[in-house]
Ligand binder design. Sequence first.
Ligand SMILES: Cc1cc2nc3c(=O)[nH]c(=O)nc-3n(C[C@H](O)[C@H](O)[C@H](O)COP(=O)(O)OP(=O)(O)OC[C@H]3O[C@@H](n4cnc5c(N)ncnc54)[C@H](O)[C@@H]3O)c2cc1C
Length: 271
Amino acid sequence: MYQFEYHKPTSLAEALGLLAEDADAKLLAGGQTLIPTLRQRLVSPSALIDLAGVPELTGIGRSGELLSIGAMSRYAEIIESPMVRAIIPSLSRTVEVVGDPLVRNRGTIGGSLANNDPTADLTAAVLALDATVVTDRRSISADAFFVDLFETALEPGEILVRIEFPRPSRSAYIKFRNPASRYALVGVFVAEVAGRVRVAVTGAGPKVFRELMFEEALQRKFSPEAVKDLEVSASGLSSDLHASAEYRANLISVLARRAVSAALNEPSHGI
Ligand SMILES: Cc1cc2nc3c(=O)[nH]c(=O)nc-3n(C[C@H](O)[C@H](O)[C@H](O)COP(=O)(O)OP(=O)(O)OC[C@H]3O[C@@H](n4cnc5c(N)ncnc54)[C@H](O)[C@@H]3O)c2cc1C
């Protein structure tokens, strides 16, 4: 480690002010990604701005038909929330399969989305559920938020405040874990929101993406049979020591079928 300033603002305005004053400062949420990155000296910020004391970034609530989750909500809080479980049970279950208990006790939804790891789980949930990312200055659709490998639509000095999820009529996430890292080797989230089917894939490419061929087939008939003969092209998919692009392509088909079955068996979304 090396020297850096540490700030703990107590309001969003104070956090934004600190960020505006210092272009080399970094926001600290749960630290599950940022602290190891600092240790490895992959980043060297002049200051850390700890968001743990910013009340505007906390809380899980309901506003009309939308479920709102504050950026600083830790995974454990989301899992324990009866409201999340009642409105979007698949979201609770997605968070349950993130990392290990330590990661779930410290890591936050905002940190995960701002980081945009190509193998993260919540990116797939946010994209398939057609959620909206709300920052200190604007609302960004999930389709526009995930830009590229570890890159989002967030601008320098912008803070992710909360995520707003519409309630799906059915949804499910199936993850094939990398046994070494616990991240998704491939994960597929299937959702039907406002009459439209959306299928998001994580772990298979440089960023989370929608599988339109599956969406079209499922829009016609929401059943595992509708996608059983669809073959995913390996072109553009990740290939590394963990799995080839062809293996990942096959996994997408298998997991999509399982996710559709799970969504059909999901208890109806309440509240
Ligand atoms: C052992 C291990 C296993 C893991 N397994 C999984 C897994 O299976 N699935 C999975 O999805 N993830 C996994 N993770 C990653 C985990 O989900 C992290 O918690 C997450 O990537 C980052 O969240 P954080 O709150 O710790 O953010 P931090 O590490 O504090 O921050 C991450 C980045 O986001 C920025 N940031 C944070 N909050 C905001 C905000 N409100 N506005 C703007 N920028 C912000 C920070 O500046 C930083 O650049 C794992 C991590 C570890 C260490």
